[in-house]
Design a protein around this ligand. Structure first.
Ligand SMILES: [Fe+2]
Length: 127
């Protein structure tokens, strides 16, 4: 799960949100600037947060169950922050996008989204 979080949300999903959706929203006006700044900052801290989880997991594996409670607390903090982040995007950013983005913006976003959701290349599992 830690590998997945690093490989998909941190490396693929968040950069597309920041680099496509948020850029398009910023081009439509300053309405959401502070909110997008906050979400961009959360995106930029995400990889370090996942790396902390990975290191905490390695400690559990190498040092034993005494480290399990600390790892579980780290997971809880990460999940809580991630769910708050997603809730803000779903409650505020996506409705704003529906309201202000035009056809050209949506074509660009759909072209970048991987199939089958969008028209971009389907994601492949690393082997
Ligand atoms: Fe996000």
């Amino acid at each position: 799960m830690v590998f997945y979080i690093h490989a998909f949300p941190e490396r693929l999903h968040h950069p597309k949100e920041s680099g496509l959706l948020f850029v398009a929203l910023r081009a439509c006006g300053d309405e959401a600037g502070p909110l997008l700044d906050r979400l961009d900052a959360e995106h930029s801290r995400g990889e370090a947060a996942v790396m902390r989880l990975a290191m905490d997991l390695i400690e559990v594996e190498q040092l034993g169950p005494a480290r399990l409670e600390s790892f579980a607390e780290g997971v809880e903090r990460y999940v809580d922050a991630y769910l708050r982040h997603m809730e803000v995007e779903e409650r505020e950013v996506l409705p704003l996008a529906e309201r202000v983005l035009g056809d050209a913006d949506w074509r660009r976003i759909v072209a970048a989204a991987p199939a089958p959701v969008g028209l971009g290349p389907a994601l492949r599992c690393a082997s």
